[in-house]
Write a protein that binds this ligand. Structure first.
Ligand code: PGA
Length: 257
């Protein structure tokens, strides 16, 4: 696991956008896994800037989003479908046919989840998966206790996640109780995982993700078993890590051959 510690949110976002840009330059038809939440918004802004300045072409990029709330139609302003269009897709030259976001209003969720898994396989698998981390340590909506081998499925959100996400809704009761999410096993099959975390609230889950035991109680910790995981954190999110000096040293002295 490569741990990159940045001074602040802006620096974290720029670093993440550069990694995504380099990946698209290497493979213009990159299969890119995307995340929602506050964390990646700065990265998406930076990708939009790169597109506007002619540094990036998304016309062949294929995307798969991690998750969606159950019960919210795509045009609901708190759906992740809406979020992705508002924060990224409406501002770049992505081909709408290449965009995949789980549906929160599928009729048969078991069938739908299998279909989503099959679509990822048909696309050749995810090359680069962007991830946030919940204050309860989740990746996607894989809440504490979820099997680290889980596949795309319908899940129940924790009360902590509902509380965390209530900031976007009028009242807590409006936050959906269920979501459809790629599983930890699905995420682990991405060729590269890029997890971002900022702020003090993420310091505890980040410390388990990077230095704690691998446990289904913090599903992000599964990334310790991933052969190519990059974790970019700001100083606040890194504040409970024990080996900060080494991570900085290893980053500054990373092999460039
Ligand atoms: P946040 O959410 O980026 O809004 O903190 C992260 C997550 O729940 O994965």
């Amino acid at each position: 696991m490569q741990v990159i510690i940045k001074e602040n949110y802006d620096e974290m976002s720029k670093e993440a956008a550069q990694i995504i840009r380099d990946a698209i330059h290497l493979k213009p038809n990159l299969v890119l896994g995307l995340a929602t939440g506050s964390t990646p918004v700065g990265t998406y802004k930076e990708l939009i800037r790169m597109y506007e300045e002619g540094e990036l072409d998304f016309s062949k990029v294929v995307t798969f989003n991690l998750d969606e709330y159950v019960g919210l139609p795509p045009n609901h302003d708190q759906s992740y479908h809406y979020f992705m269009h508002d924060k990224l897709f409406n501002h770049i030259n992505i081909n709408p046919a290449n965009v995949h976001i789980p549906s929160g209003i599928a009729k048969d969720f078991a069938k739908y989840c299998q279909w989503y898994e099959d679509e990822i396989k048909k696309a050749g698998g995810i090359d680069l998966q962007v991830l946030g981390i919940g204050s309860d340590g989740h990746i996607g909506f894989n809440e504490p206790g979820t099997s680290l081998a889980s596949r795309t499925s319908l899940v129940t959100l924790t009360e902590e996640t509902i509380r965390d996400n209530s900031r976007f809704f009028e009242k807590e009761e409006d936050v959906p109780r269920f979501a459809i999410t790629m599983g930890v096993g699905t995420i682990m099959e991405a060729k590269c995982c890029l997890l971002l975390a900022n702020g003090e609230k993420k310091a505890d889950p980040v410390s388990v993700l990077v230095e704690g035991p691998i446990t289904s109680q913090v599903t992000a910790s599964a990334l310790q078993m991933h052969p190519n995981a990059i974790v970019i954190v700001d100083k606040a999110a890194a504040s409970k890590l024990k080996r900060v000096d080494y991570y900085k040293w290893a980053y500054e002295n990373r092999p460039r051959f």
